[in-house]
Design a protein. Structure first.
Length: 180
């Protein structure tokens, strides 16, 4: 059971990386694109009207979602608190339904795919599956909690390193260049 919870945290970290890359693109790349530039593929998705809620990039909301999932996953692993388990399921189920809506928009409305959006949708799907499996097997409390100082330190360092990786990836991604 603890391996499933570690998998939950790892999956949330993958979603974090995808969301933080997209958030950085929203803040640092999109403002530099000329207004009349013809966008295709992922940039068409990222700049679409559906990529924002009240002017806030969905990717930023996704990054917050995954940060919360990482923290709740670590709390779940270290405490085995059933309240955490009860909170996670509806939140992740909502995230799954929202992700499926965003996948629908990409496939049938926008007509383009954003790979990072698809990674996020996949991560949310896996998070929900893990939660359902844990629930089906009797809950996380059937196994002992792990040492908080080990889990939290590992989660912090891994998330920090993955964030650095996400920021570095911006230097190698084929993003639009102003004036090109």
């Amino acid at each position: 059971m603890n391996k499933l919870l570690v998998g939950f945290i790892f999956t949330a970290m993958l979603g974090w990386v995808a969301s933080i890359i997209l958030t950085a693109i929203h803040f640092w790349t999109i403002p530099l694109i000329p207004p009349m530039a013809e966008l295709r593929g992922p940039m068409l998705v990222i700049t679409s009207d559906w990529a924002y809620i009240g002017g806030i990039p969905l990717a930023f909301i996704g990054a917050i979602y995954y940060a919360v999932m990482i923290a709740l996953g670590a709390a779940w692993l270290t405490t085995k608190n059933q309240t955490v388990e009860r909170i996670l399921l509806p939140v992740t189920a909502f995230g799954f339904v929202a992700s499926m809506g965003f996948v629908y928009l990409q496939l049938f409305v926008i007509g383009a795919i954003c790979p990072f959006c698809m990674v996020s949708a996949g991560a949310t799907t896996i998070l929900l599956i893990i939660e359902l499996v844990v629930k089906y097997k009797g809950g996380a409390a059937i196994m002992p909690a792990l040492a908080p100082e080990r889990v939290w330190a590992t989660v912090f360092v891994a998330t920090a390193l993955l964030t650095l990786f996400a920021m570095w990836s911006l230097t190698v991604l084929p993003l639009p260049v102003p004036g090109a």
